[in-house]
Design a binder for this molecule. Structure first.
Ligand code: PMP
Length: 403
């Protein structure tokens, strides 16, 4: 049972009142994006009504307000992730842009022919394709940690694949396709001992389980605001201080420079060096409000309730005849993935939609891991703290009528 009042928190989310096809909406597509509480919506409105200005550049009242709001959001992100300092947080569009930033700055500077980049079979395309692009430029090689039949990474294979050739180890903390929580602490520790750069894709972990970057101490960690009840188009990269200090710029332009002449330009220290141009200022402020909202509930409380809900849903889905769960690792968060005998995932998705139940049916931008299980699509309900057992019951009842 939750340590917070789910019904009263639900009232913070206007969209949860929506009716779809004559039914009260059930939002089980949280791994794709989460709904926004009015605290976030109101914060965006407040910004545009009372604080809107470009930041850092102009010496007037609104520039100061906008800059304060933006930098407070950066501090909120740092606190939430347990990052030692706000300067280690770079605002980007989201996890995808964050991973591309890492590949194109650190990667381009350090990766050479013969080097190896190690990822897992679970990765989202956002943690595959940027490395493939880097490899095409450099002649490095991509290596893949296989998973077992439960969808957990094989640590014996990881140990075998981690060699002196390994220059980058980039893994997701929670799989968006299966919900597997990977042993990221062990992976980061071993990779660092081997001298590799460590990159953690936290897009699905930051919203659902507590993160302590001071303890985990990866070189990079990325996440997306819209999956943690914040706006779209904003996310963050955390970088280790010594790595960020020597990291070359990525995009060039305003904001990121110290001095420009026609012959020579010097750059700002991090994080400004990596935030060229006018960024998503309002989005960052909205993300700060989302983090404050989540912190108000307590990420540990959220994790505990969602774990309870996931176990409840797993047990109920197991009882549906012909339903096969994909991804049965002992340690999971938020995501359920399944196929149903006699139905294509898209058909199941459509039938659920007719009842006002939103799930994702498809490849979830993680085609390699679905192929590993002989599939090209699954049905994927994914849970958040505003979901309830009653909603799970409605999902299961609808699936049973299909049978
Ligand atoms: N990694 C994982 C594990 C994800 O689930 C997602 C989003 N589905 C991403 C990366 C990419 O996030 P975004 O599309 O917000 O950049």
């Amino acid at each position: 049972a939750p340590t917070f009042d789910v019904d009263s928190l639900r009232r913070d989310f206007p969209l949860l009142d929506e009716r779809v096809n004559g039914h009260q909406l059930i939002w089980f597509d949280n791994a794709a994006t989460t709904q926004k509480p009015r605290q976030v919506i109101d914060r965006l409105t407040h910004f545009y009504r009372h604080e809107n200005s470009n930041i850092h550049r102009a010496a007037h009242e609104l520039a100061a307000r906008a800059t304060d709001a933006y930098e407070n959001a950066r501090a909120a992100v740092a606190r939430f992730l347990g990052a030692p300092a706000p300067e280690q947080i770079i605002f980007v569009r989201g996890a995808t842009e964050g991973l591309n930033l890492i590949a194109q700055t650190w990667g381009r500077r350090h990766i050479r022919e013969g080097d190896e980049i190690l990822i897992s079979h679970l990765e989202h395309h956002a943690n595959i394709v940027p490395w493939q692009l880097l490899i095409a430029e450099t002649g490095a090689t991509l290596r893949v940690i296989p998973v077992d039949d439960t969808g957990q990474v094989r640590m014996d294979e990881f140990s075998r694949l981690l060699t002196e050739k390994t220059k980058i180890v980039a893994v997701s903390h929670v799989s968006n396709a299966l919900g597997t929580v990977t042993p990221v602490e062990d992976i980061v520790a071993a990779a660092k001992r081997a001298g590799a750069l460590t990159v953690v894709d936290g897009a699905q972990s930051a919203p659902h389980i507590g993160i302590d970057l001071a303890a985990l101490a990866p070189d990079f960690f990325v996440f997306s605001g819209h999956k943690i009840y914040g706006p779209t188009g904003i996310g963050a990269v955390y970088g280790a201080a010594d790595i960020l200090r020597e990291l070359p710029p990525w995009q060039g332009g305003g904001n990121m420079i110290a001095e420009v002449t026609m012959d020579h330009t010097t750059f700002q220290p991090p994080p400004a060096r990596f935030e060229a141009g006018t960024g998503n200022i309002a989005g960052a402020v909205g993300l700060g409000a989302a983090i404050d909202y989540v912190s108000g509930i307590g990420i540990e409380n959220i994790a505990a309730y969602e774990h309870f809900l996931l176990e409840y849903a797993t047990a109920a889905l197991r009882e549906v005849p012909g339903l096969r769960l994909i991804g049965t690792a002992a340690d999971k968060a938020s995501v359920l993935s399944f196929v149903l005998d006699g139905y294509r995932p898209e058909q199941v998705g459509r039938a659920l939609n007719e009842q006002g139940i939103a799930v994702r049916a498809g490849h979830h931008c993680a085609q390699p891991i679905l192929r590993r299980f002989g599939l090209d699509a699954t049905v994927r309900p994914s849970l958040a703290f505003y979901n309830t057992c009653a909603e799970v019951d409605r999902l299961v009842a609808t699936l049973r009528t299909l049978r």
